[in-house]
Write a new protein. Structure first.
Length: 253
């Protein structure tokens, strides 16, 4: 398949990096020559030139407020009716996409930055215009980038917040842990490597066990031990309400 990525910012770049790990043909639209050189894929500076290459799939990773305008412009520039359009924007509905490209199969999904290394978490609210071979291709494409969770569109905001935004929350946790380790005399590089290993190991265990997060926490908090003291300190400092507030705010409450 030929896949065109429109919008080579953080998310578009991560999508290209992830997709480059597979065998699809990649193209991009960008006015940023430097970015095109860095990513080593053919990059076009006009929609017509991009569309002349006949992409089978167009992935929109432009700012959310520009998605419908960019899609309308692509249609005006000759987007084939066969091309499947995927929008990564956090707040653009399937109805918005259908209105902008009424003849195309379209769907909204929310990826996250770890797609760059094939370890993404992708929420897909599949539009009914995606059927048959297109549906198979969309699933294969997204599954090559990580775990795909199909959700009703009514749950895309919360699934997209957990998947798309929370890597930043986890980065903040890791950064804070690193500072605390450095304050205790640890080398920052060593602390960072250890923390990344801990997060990866904790996540892998959660994925591979049948236990809830609460039960996994229970395995670590030895009676009268050190971990429970840390857990109570987290509670005293409002860690859980802070997480609840962050997710509610990012989900648009
Ligand atoms: N950054 C993330 O972790 C995630 C981002 N998204 C979605 O991805 C989209 C992009 O977000 P970011 O990459 O974070 O923003 P960004 O600001 O890093 O990238 C946006 C890119 O679009 C380009 N652009 C602007 N107007 C354009 C146009 N008319 N045609 C083509 N390209 C144009 C900009 O030059 C920029 O490179 C948003 O819709 C966002 O909701 C979704 C999930 C996660
Ligand atoms: O911050 C944002 O709006 C985007 C959507 C999910 C992650 N980043």
């Amino acid at each position: 398949m030929k896949i065109a990525v429109v919008g080579l910012g953080h998310m578009g770049t991560a999508m290209v990096q992830g997709l480059k790990r597979g065998s699809e043909t990649l193209l991009a639209y960008s006015s940023n020559e430097k970015k095109a050189v860095e990513l080593e894929i053919p990059t076009y500076q006009s929609y017509q030139d991009l569309l002349n290459e006949g992409p089978d799939v167009v992935i929109l990773t432009v700012p959310a407020k520009l998605v419908t305008k960019v899609l309308q412009d692509l249609v005006a520039a000759g987007l084939s009716e066969k091309a499947v359009v995927l929008s990564a924007a956090a707040s653009v509905s399937n109805a918005d996409l259908r209105a902008a490209a009424p003849q195309n199969p379209v769907t909204t999904f929310i990826p996250n930055i770890p797609v760059a290394v094939g370890a993404g978490s992708i929420a897909l609210a599949e539009d009914p215009t995606i059927t048959g071979v297109n549906e198979e291709n969309v699933h294969r494409l997204l599954e090559s980038l990580g775990d795909v969770l199909v959700v009703p569109e009514s749950q895309l905001a919360i699934a997209g917040t957990i998947g798309g935004c929370s890597p930043a929350f986890i980065d903040i946790l890791m950064d804070a842990m690193e500072d605390a380790a450095v304050a205790k005399g640890m080398d920052r590089g060593q602390a960072g490597a250890l923390i990344a290993s801990v997060v990866k190991g904790t996540a892998t265990l959660a994925q591979q066990s049948n236990l809830s997060a609460a039960d996994l926490k229970g395995q670590i908090t030895s009676p009268g031990g050190t971990t429970i003291k840390g857990v109570l300190a987290l509670d005293q400092h409002g860690f859980r309400p802070a997480i609840h507030a962050a997710i509610s705010a990012a989900a648009g409450d």
